[in-house]
Design a protein around this ligand. Structure first.
Ligand code: SF4
Length: 305
């Protein structure tokens, strides 16, 4: 048997969307052990076509493979069926007997969140709104006798929340009708790094204006992936240095100065194999030094190396 630390490392590194229970492959729902959630996280992947309007250099989604099969069920029915089967198996203990989570220490067996985070930007999935409301009702209906109900969490690049209507709907589902959070991606706040890291179709200025609106209306946790790319001397190399950090800090400090409700800022690096092998994890000392520089902000700045 692996040591407890080896078990945790293996589970933290495995965020595969491929999950099966009792021989039945799941398509939309997948459990993972999440460093940042602090325990088990149940992911919901609605991006069966792997669609995203970003093409981040660190994305773990292999878009060269075929899309997931469509299946016959509407997405909302599929998610409800798989969520019910998964939580029933967790309650009965069957989940721990037949999966790699069997070695998970007891304190980490609580499901901390149900997170919309799939093979693409969740808010772009046509079923996102309907499914997120259904999941909210699922959490409200299910008895949580031995643990607190899981948070609903949206992990997003924000682009689906630019319109006021989608912000209102998302705010209601995630933040008003029960415990919930929005984790908003901000990997770069200058045009050069934005286009290098996120490779988005959305122009930089439009993106920043959109994020300004999102942050003005919704409380968020900001998440920043910090990475190096390529080896020294490589003409395409990029190191996450001050030219990346200074605009980021200025942007987030600007939001704080405007009184925006930011719950925390996560600085994290690569924990799982990305699609491009040139992507490299940064030393923890760099993240910690940046977090110290940001310590004046009125919310926690947390490091996840
Ligand atoms: S926004 Fe997320 S899903 Fe889209 S390319 Fe970036 S990391 Fe991948």
């Amino acid at each position: 048997m692996d040591s407890p630390m080896a078990t945790l490392n293996l589970l933290h590194a495995d965020h595969s969307r491929l999950f099966a229970l009792s021989g039945r492959p799941f398509r939309a729902v997948y459990p993972v052990l999440s460093r940042r959630a602090g325990g088990l996280s149940v992911g919901i992947n609605l991006n069966f076509d792997k669609g995203c309007n970003f093409d981040c250099i660190y994305c773990q989604v292999d878009r060269t493979g075929p899309p997931l099969p469509e299946g016959n069920l509407p997405a909302v029915d599929l998610v409800m069926e798989e969520l019910t089967a998964l939580f029933d198996a967790m309650d009965s203990g069957g989940f721990y007997h037949e999966t790699s989570f069997g070695d998970l220490p007891l304190p980490l067996r609580q499901v901390k969140d149900i997170a919309f985070s799939g093979d693409g930007e969740p808010t772009l999935a046509p079923s996102f709104r309907e499914v997120s409301q259904a999941v909210r009702h699922f959490v409200a209906r299910r008895p949580w006798t031995e643990s607190a109900p899981p948070l609903l969490r949206l992990i997003t690049n924000g682009s689906g929340l630019f319109s006021g209507e989608s912000r209102r709907q998302t705010g209601k589902t995630f933040l008003e009708d029960g415990p919930g959070e929005i984790w908003l991606k901000l990997d770069a706040a200058d045009p050069d790094h934005f286009s290098f890291i996120n490779r988005s179709r959305i122009p930089f200025d439009r993106m920043m204006q959109g994020l300004d609106l999102v942050v003005a209306d919704l409380p968020v946790t900001i998440q920043t992936m910090v990475l190096d790319f390529g080896k020294e001397g490589d003409p395409n190399a990029m190191a996450s240095d001050r030219t990346l950090w200074d605009p980021l800090l200025k942007k987030v400090a600007g939001w704080a100065g405007q009184g925006r409700e930011i719950r925390a800022w996560h600085l994290y690096s690569v924990a799982r194999p990305p699609a491009l092998e040139e992507v490299r994890k940064v030393p923890v000392e760099r993240l910690e030094a940046w977090a110290r520089e940001a310590a004046f902000l009125p919310f926690p700045v947390l490091v996840f190396p």
